[in-house]
Structures are given as C-alpha cells and as structure tokens.
Ligand binder design. Structure first.
Ligand code: FAD
Length: 571
C-alpha cells in the first residue's frame, strides 16, 4: 500500500467520516487517494485558519476528533492560530500537514517550513514521519493522544516521498507508548479526604470548569450538587455543566462573572473545583483568590494542579469517574444559611443591560433562550462573547463553543460551520461582533456551498468593542485604533459618538447577498422576532442578522486588571 492509502485506511479505522481539507502541492497525493472516497467527506473551507476552527467546532460539538488536512508552508502556518486555540481549550484534533520530500528538508525548499518546530509549544504532540514503516503507528498514536487524557491537537507532518512510498497495509490495533499513560482510575483515599473536608465545611462551593463538559459529566454533576445541596459556579468553559436555570447555579466566576459567583469565592471556606485550570481571567489578583478557603481540585492533567493556585487536596482523575465515585460517599450537607445568602445575592444583583434603551445583546440572547430548544451557539471573541456567556441559558455542555483560552477573533463563524456539519439536526447560531465576523467572512462561500442554514448574528457597534471599553474605562476614552467606522477624513482623536460618522463598511447585507446568502438588518427590539423568522425561513443557506446596537454599550460587571474579584465594577 502507498503511504497515502494507509492514511485513508487509518482515517477509516479511527472512525473518521468528515475531514476539513485544503489542497496544495505537498498534499495533492493524499487528496488524490481521497478522490471518490465514499466513507469520508472532505469539506473545503476557503482559508486554512477557518478550516481548523471548523474542525474545532466539529470536535467540540460532537466529542469526536476533528481532522485537518493541508499542504506544507503557508497551508501549515495558517493552521497555527487554530492549533493554539484548540490547545488552550483542550480540543482533540489531528492535523495532517504535507511536507517537502525528506531529501529537500532543511534546504529552504519551496513551501517548506518546520511546522513541528513551530507548533511544538502550542500543541499536545507534533511529529514528522521519517520512514514509511512508522507511518501507521504514528497515525494510530496521533488519534490516541488527541482524544485521551486532557484532549488536544496533534500535528503529523508527512513528507511527500513517504506519502508515495509503498509499504505494509497493516494498521495497528493498539497503542503502547511508554512515555504516555493517561490516568484512568480514581484514588479512593483522596476522594474520601475530599468528602470529609466537604462535610466539615460551613460555606462550601463547587467551582466547575471546562473539564466537566469535556468528560460529559453533566448529569452526574447535577446529581452531586442536588445530593449535597452545595451551590455551583462555573468558568465560562464550564457553563452548561449544570442547567443555567438550576436553583443552585450562581453564574460564571471571573473578570466578567456575576456578583454572587465572585463573592461566593471570596467568602467560601471550601472551594471544591473540578476540571478548571484557574486561569487568570477567573482568579483576579491571585494572592487574594479564595483566601478563606481550603481548595480541592480534580483534574485529569496533573500539570494543571497547583500550577496557578496551590491546592490542599489534589485528585488526578477524569471528572466523570471522580464525580461518580464522590456520589458513593456524599450526603446532604446542612448549609441553609449560606445557600440562602448566596441565592439572595443572585436575586439582588442580576447581570442585566436594562439601563440601555432599544436593541441590546441581552434582549437578542433572551430571544434565543426563549425560542430555541438546545441550539448550539458559537461566539467570536470580545463583547459579543462575554454577553453570550452572561445571558445564554444552557441545559448541557457541548452546546456552547467559544475560544476561551487564546481568545481568537474569527473563531465563531467557522466553528459554527463545523458544528452544523457534525450536528445536522441542531439549530446552530453564531454570535459575532462586526470585527471578528470580518476575520473569516470568506466562509460565507463555504456555508453557501454546503447549503448550511446557519443563523449568523453580527452585533454591530462599529468598534472593536471590548478594547474600546477598556479604553473608555481605563485609558481616558483614548480610542486608539478601535473605531471600525474611521475614515482618513475623520477628525483626529474623535471621541464623540454623536458626530456624524461615515457609513459603515462593509454593508453586511449586500455582502451576504453577493455570496448568495441572506441578510437582514435590525436596530429595534420589536424587529428581533421578524429577523429570526426570516432566518428560519431559509432552509438551505445561511442568514446574517446584523444587529445595530448602541455604539458604546459595555459589558458589566468587570474586574480591572490586578484587582481582586471583590473589586468588581458593577456599572
Ligand atoms: P479550560 O481552559 O477548558 O480547562 C479545562 C481544564 O479541565 C484543564 O485543566 C484540563 O486539564 C481539565 N480537563 C480536561 N478534560 C478533563 C476531564 N475529562 N476530566 C477532568 N478534567 C479535565 N473565563 C471565565 O471563567 N470568566 C471570565 O470572566 C472570563 N473572561 C474572559 C474574557 C475574554 C475576553 C476572553 C477571551 C476569555 C475570558 N474567559 C473568562 C475565558 C478564560 O480565558 C479561560 O478560557 C477560562 O477561564 C478557562 O476555563 P477552565 O479552566 O474551566 O477551562
């Protein structure tokens, strides 16, 4: 069998039915081997960055490994941002990159880059295949590494001569890697210690992160909260771990977290955290984080434990297995006063945009909450993302896809394409800003070609809104390079939004139409329902709903850099 044929065989053996690919000189042989292949659909996005975000959206929403196939040089380097995005957020991807023939490597050959060297620090594993014999084993290991332990992206770089070389047709059934043995058990002694600490607590709190959604422990987590009666807060990656409308759920923690969630962390005496890596967006000033609490931490990756926050009881385990074990030992706790206090904060200090008139992101997202059952929602990065994390109600994990760790603008729309391909029966809605939407706008061609009825919400404020907000609050309104309506003829240092601004470019509606997609622009609350009805009327094409919102609407609460969670600015 040729190398290219064993690659196709490997994909089938690993259960891959969809790959995201963009051809080029050093990948053309692999594409040739895929030609006419019935069991594997090859999706052709219009840019490799969008391609990997689409594979990422497919992987996050299905739990399967997303597969990318690109050529060497620029094809490979265009994946870099997506690889780092997936790495931070623990997304299983296998990225196959074509490479120049072995004999040309190191010669500055045409379209040659050392993609393994470039990606080593931003992926779970990267390797160049050096012989035809090792190709099947490396592919087997790549899928195994991507999907086990803390999931992540793997890069397999395959020189063209190895793709063309003949060799055995055997594909290994098992993996045996001495240096990589993910933990598949739970240390019962540590679980008992944790339960005993929880029992002694007067003010216990569960902090739930992305690892709970990744492990699919949503039902078990709900049971754990209900059995113990302990309130739950989540990171934005943990959102959906228990239903957002659950009585015991207090909201997100972090620099844009809710009052109840952030203050609960500062007040609790036991913080029981599961599947979070204590990123600086959630801790605020580290020395003050949960300063009254003993901390228990369950995480599948020992490297995440005591990395940012030193913990008292570490448990290295899969979240679902660990929670199932906990359920064998826990009993109801008596913390009524503590729970009452937190529920009172939740009621007294809700997150809302009621102080803004007209069409607000809150109202748009509330419409989604009220009219769609379990849609998959992707976001871009910036204010659009933060409003979505604040207002979106979720019944389960895997329905909310956002670039949390890297904060990659341009993620939301292509991720929605991947999510829809992986979940054809689900409604898929992408919420973007006008800045991020333009970073991968060319994917309208892909969505139209694939006849995907995506709902693409563009919250248009004419600014790179999140940075503008920082400039407003912390840089005396010096709006340096954040206005997207700027023209060369504008006044220098304009800070007055009431001045007559030039027309916005692009016209999203005409742009959508030029791709043979649909578009509708709204600027009033009363128009929301009509816009969604219009979008739902298109069964075989995407629709942009451009929402013209208050130009200087802000995301509150916010914790300024270097401050504690208690220092949050509410309004
Ligand atoms: P991840 O980063 O996804 O980490 C998951 C953890 O779970 C890892 O430690 C991993 O090892 C572990 N894990 C994986 N699989 C398993 C398993 N099977 N079992 C057990 N453990 C597992 N985030 C907030 O929460 N609040 C904010 O206010 C906030 N503001 C932001 C603002 C902006 C503009 C942006 C771009 C991002 C913001 N974020 C915020 C996101 C933030 O940067 C991090 O992405 C997020 O806090 C990480 O959450 P996490 O640690 O729970 O999840």
């Amino acid at each position: 069998m040729k190398g290219t044929e064993i690659i196709v065989k490997a994909l089938k053996e690993e259960g891959v039915d969809t790959i995201f690919g963009y051809p080029g000189g050093q990948a053309v042989d692999i594409f040739d081997a895929l030609y006419g292949e019935k069991e594997i659909e090859v999706i052709l996005p219009r840019h490799e960055q969008a391609l990997i975000h689409a594979a990422d959206g497919y992987a996050r929403s299905t739990g399967k490994v997303g597969v990318c196939l690109v050529t060497s040089g620029p094809g490979a380097t265009n994946l870099v941002t997506g690889i780092a995005t997936a790495n931070y957020d623990s997304v299983p991807l296998v990225c196959i990159t074509g490479q120049v023939p072995l004999g040309l490597m190191g010669n500055d050959a045409f379209q040659e880059v050392d993609i393994v060297g470039i990606t080593n620090s931003i992926c779970k594993y990267a390797v160049t295949v050096r012989t035809r014999e090792e190709l099947p084993r490396i592919l087997k290991e790549a899928f195994y590494i991507a999907r086990t332990g803390r999931p992540g992206p793997v890069v397999v770089d395959i020189p063209k001569d190895i793709q063309q070389a003949e060799g055995s047709d055997a594909y290994p059934e098992e993996v045996n890697m001495r240096g990589y043995k993910p933990n598949q058990s739970v240390h019962v002694g540590q679980i008992k210690k944790a339960v005993s600490m929880l029992k002694r607590a007067k003010k216990p709190l569960f902090l739930i992160g992305g690892g709970v959604n990744i492990s699919g422990a949503n039902e078990e987590m709900r049971q754990l909260a209900e059995t113990t009666g302990v309130p739950v807060i989540t990171t934005i990656m943990g959102k959906g771990a228990i239903p957002s409308d659950h009585r015991l759920y207090l909201g997100n923690i972090g620099i844009h977290g809710s009052y109840a969630a952030n203050h609960a962390v500062s007040e609790c005496d036991v913080l029981f955290s599961i599947g979070t890596r204590f990123n600086d967006r959630i801790t605020g000033k580290i020395s003050e984080f949960a300063k009254n609490a003993k901390i228990i931490h369950i995480d599948i990756d020992s490297a995440s434990i005591s990395k940012n926050i030193v913990v008292d009881i570490p448990i290295v385990a899969d979240a679902r297995l660990a929670i199932m074990k906990l359920l064998e030992y826990v009993a109801p706790l008596k913390n009524e006063k503590w729970v009452e206090q937190l529920l009172q904060w939740k009621e007294e200090y809700p997150i809302t945009m009621n102080n803004y008139d007209g069409l607000t992101p809150e109202k748009i997202i509330q419409y989604i909450n009220n009219h769609f059952e379990s849609p998959i929602v992707t976001t871009d990065v910036g204010q659009n993302q933060l409003w979505a994390t604040q207002y979106l109600e979720l019944q389960s994990g895997r329905h909310f896809l956002t670039s949390g760790g890297l904060g990659t603008m341009g993620y939301g729309f292509p991720a929605a394409i991947g999510a829809k391909i992986g979940n054809p029966e689900s409604t898929v809605i992408a919420i973007s800003g006008d800045g991020g939407m333009q970073m991968n706008i060319q994917e309208l061609a892909t969505a139209v070609a694939l006849e995907l009825p995506l709902i693409l919400i563009v919250l248009n404020n004419g600014y790179l809104g999140n940075v503008r907000q920082w400039q407003e609050l912390f840089y005396q309104k010096r709006y340096s390079n954040t206005c997207l309506r700027y023209r060369k003829s504008c006044e220098d240092n304009c800070t007055d939004k009431s001045k007559c601004c030039p027309k916005y470019t692009p016209d999203f509606i005409k742009l959508a139409e030029s791709y043979e997609a649909y578009g509708i622009r709204i600027s009033k609350e009363e128009e929301i329902a009509r816009a969604f009805d219009y979008a739902l009327g298109h069964k075989n094409a995407p629709t942009i709903i451009e929402c013209v919102i208050e130009r200087e609407a802000n995301v509150f609460p916010i914790v300024p850099t270097g401050k504690t969670l208690d220092d949050m600015i509410m309004d």
